[in-house]
Write a protein that binds this ligand. Sequence first.
Ligand code: NCD
Ligand code: ZN
Length: 347
Amino acid sequence: MTDTLTLPRPDDWHLHLRDGAMLAAVVPESARHFARALIMPNLVPPVVTGAQAAAYRARILTALPDGADFTPLMTLYLTEATDPADVVAAHRDGVIAAVKLYPAGATTNSASGVRNFDAVRGVLEAMAEAGVPLCLHGEVTDPAVDIFDREAVFLERVLEPVRRATPGLRVVLEHVTTEDGLDYVRAGGPDLAGTITAHHLMINRNHILAGGIRPHYYCLPVAKRERHRLALVEAATAGEACFFLGTDSAPHPDHDKEAACGCAGCFTAPVAMACLAQVFEAAGALPRLEGFVARHGAAFYGLPVNADSITLLKSASPLDIPASVGSGGGRVTVFDPGFPLFWRVAD
Ligand code: NCD
Ligand code: ZN
């Protein structure tokens, strides 16, 4: 039985770190295991200019524990007022690695997102020209579309027209949750990739809704049926280079999650690697974990694989997972898959 696994330090291609006291509380949890992370710009107000991204990056670096080896890769929040020249300059100067598109109203802090896709055509064309990747929250916001169908409908209503209108645009369909999304990415060629979270590999919609509502499993896109979860596990563990890890670790204080209108997001950073090792082991695919967490994403973004390594160890006794971390603004519950985890990252 394999009980130790060494791999290059992993990257997280979709991470929410927030700001202020929450940032200080959660950034050590990612920096402990991950070498780099693509930082989401949905602060309040959002990070919309290169100057704001540079300032946010500086705040993240200040919040890091001493000696941490962690590189935040910044993103800009695309709005209908985004200046193409600012995007291109920020990418050229190494301030940002990508631009993030939230359909307006799709998720937490997305009110400034895009309503009219024609309004951002000029920015997307400039990004295609300059090689700036576009990361997409792939859900339509049309209230007439069932929440469980919003990803599949997004593919035909938004993603396909955007890609057709902007040849050469490099696109990441983030946090894929459906077979439809996986198949779309597979067919999309080298300019298209998909990220998959750790929690969508572990939970389906029953985990959220059956036997009582579990707010800490509620995230967007919402987890789908079991057959979609199984398809995600297959995509992640089969070694397909178009899929890589983006945890979408999204901390919220418990009082905002455990509410009459609880907000979306699972805080997975502390346990993401333990969860993934367990999923890959169960699929008989531990040797392919390295590609999913450390190689495929770096290749898509044209970055070197991290030179340092981490070691995962499997213990006989379950991992002692902290139930929550303090954030200054209330406790933040750590994602609990509902069964014991046996893998941990060696110190
Ligand atoms: C994210 C958040 O809390 O910022 N929530 C989530 O459920 N994933 C927003 C997002 O990425 O959709
Ligand atoms: Zn997210």
